[in-house]
Design a protein around this ligand. Sequence first.
Ligand SMILES: *[C@@H]1O[C@H](CO)[C@@H](O)[C@H](O)[C@H]1NC(C)=O
Length: 410
Amino acid sequence: MLNLRDNMEFSTWVCLIFILQLFLPMPISSDSSLSTKGFAEISANFLNLAKKPELADWMIGIRRKIHENPELGYQEFETSKLIRAELDKMGIPYKHPVAVTGVVGFIGTGGPPFVAIRADMDALPMQGTVVLVFQPAEEGGGGAKKMLDAGILENVEAIFGLHVSVDLPIGKVASRPGPIMAGSGFFEAVISGKGGHAAIPQHTIDPILAASNVIVSLQHLVSREADPLDSQVVTVAKFQGGGAFNVIPDSVTIGGTFRAFSKESFMQLKQRIEEVITGQAAVQRCSATVDFFLDQKPHFPVTVNSQDLHEYFQQVAGDMLGIRNVKDMQPLMGSEDFAFFSEAVPGYYFFLGMKNDTRGKLEPGHSPYFTINEDALPYGAALQASLAARYLLEFHPKSHFQETKFHDEL
Ligand SMILES: *[C@@H]1O[C@H](CO)[C@@H](O)[C@H](O)[C@H]1NC(C)=O
């Protein structure tokens, strides 16, 4: 999640690796006669397994190792190597590289049905295949889009992803059906006038004043043009220009972000941002160019949770944690490139509680003081494992189970 995105990437990667561990010892029968009670037990068993000291300690060890050497988007070389080494140890086949440093693992028959978990997951003697999506560059680099373009979700019918939350108590999860994270884009504009002496403004065309009016006008997009019930944000977070007390500069650069919860609102904002910047700059005799960085930073779509998967999640998480610990939440204005996945196939994104008051306050994500509560790892791992395992056994349309003969199709 952009501004809400935090340095938690590594912990979800750890969960993902960890889930592998979970599946290996777990004799899950693919016998479709499993009762509802049997399915509920899968969730509970995963959590018990995940909390076992040998598994929890192993997972915490890996998390710490990754944390000792944090790597930026598309430079996760050591992290990727570590993940592959763990996959190798467990004999799990994978594709690499995908989107530079990404890894996609496969557990199961190699045939349909396919279910994916990003940064958390997977399975053994089950019908179907769990696809483990180790994604690079979530922090603004749009790694999900690169992986999607590389075809990693082909045949995948559902994908699950999670994010930790410092506000939600440990042992609780929260999500909602429909839009959960905003679509987001960035813009930067160069507003050009004519520099000169600050005491002789009539000989200049002042881009500082023009940029100031542009910013004020941009604030009217949400307050006057958007439906008050359709949440949107336009923020100018960057203003660069001038360097002296007595010189009017030639140009000013401003930049910021815009957010919305539907494609229509998002595209409308984008168009109006460009019009307002160029139009308002012209009022002040300046010219302006606007860049949306589409080639370097693709817009993140709105993250939309599938209604069907929401019901499924309530069931699985409810069986594991108790339904009163499965909370509804309001959508967040932050954004998340998981949206590229959930735009392509039904997806579900949820938040995992980390707050434990007896351990003191946790600083929020993107704070330099951010710390993780490692007690949350078993919950995340067990949830992702259950979501994938039960999806293949239970939720998936039964017809596909008849035609699973593609064992060498990994
Ligand atoms: C919360 O923290 C305390 C103190 O470290 C610990 O004993 C307890 O088990 C934690 N609760 C959960 C649910 O992890």
